[in-house]
Design a protein around this ligand. Sequence first.
Ligand code: AVJ
Length: 313
Amino acid sequence: MRNPFAEEVAKGLSAKQKYISSKYFYDDEGSRLFQKIMELPEYYPTRAEMEILTQQPTEIAAALRFRGSFNIIELGAGDGLKTKELLRFLVQQQADFTYIPIDISEEAMVHLRAGLASALPNLKVNPLVGDYFEVLEKPDIEHIPNLFLFLGGNIGNYEKGETLDLLHMLWERMNSGDRLLTGFDLRKNPDLIKKAYDDSQGVTRAFNLNLLHRMNRELGAEFRPETFDFYSYYNPYTGEVRSMLVSKTAQTVYIKELDQAFDFQENELIRTELSKKYTLDEIELLARESGFVSEQHFLDSNRYFTDSLWLKP
Ligand code: AVJ
């Protein structure tokens, strides 16, 4: 079979409403652009979550109510920069735990391990490389309490049904008494949200257009990125930011890897990303719908973002 990216592109560009999943944003160039997004004045979520994890580790640690040893299992750990603040606090408290970061990028895990070895030499770290659910399939997760971390607001990228599927898969892999701390971006002034996803420097635009460059690089596609626009909008009634690419002209684009040509009408869309904003009530409803008990929300001082703690009963 072809590579999964090629498969998904074939499917997404043949659909009645064209789409490419936002998970394909993150090749090397896309990851670099996302780093730039996180530094933008308009992009508030990273700073908001950083504030939560640096200012409220005492409260978060107390809420875990784990006695004895436990694991902290982080899904999509990446550079682990935000998590480091919580880990630092727990090490200082002499909590007995092992940090198990999971990420699809081996390079990220090598970096994270090295960074933690120098910053927190007493921390026990056991990084795992792979898809979270495949990695969690393996039974070597001990039967001591586990705190699962799903930070950064990545949950916002899933459609409702996919969100429930993901939470269900996690629930199945958790033991009774385990906890899950998830980052949710909250609803707030609509204009603030809109600007965070359509910044004045055009970094988010480049982040979206990188999908076309990536298809050119990896699939031998012949996209001319200058013939596409980036468009995004926030719907404050649903809490959804939706981003897309717009073909400026009628055109046909050949993709060598698929040996297939795709037609675009003038102004035809390619859906790229959903970034859902939540209310606290919606988060609590989502917990109930997926079999968890919502225990506590940890919000930043602006009330922009929450890391919400759920228990598997
Ligand atoms: C990494 C998924 C949390 O949805 O806010 C940033 C990605 N997209 N700007 C988000 C993103 C456009 C980001 N997440």
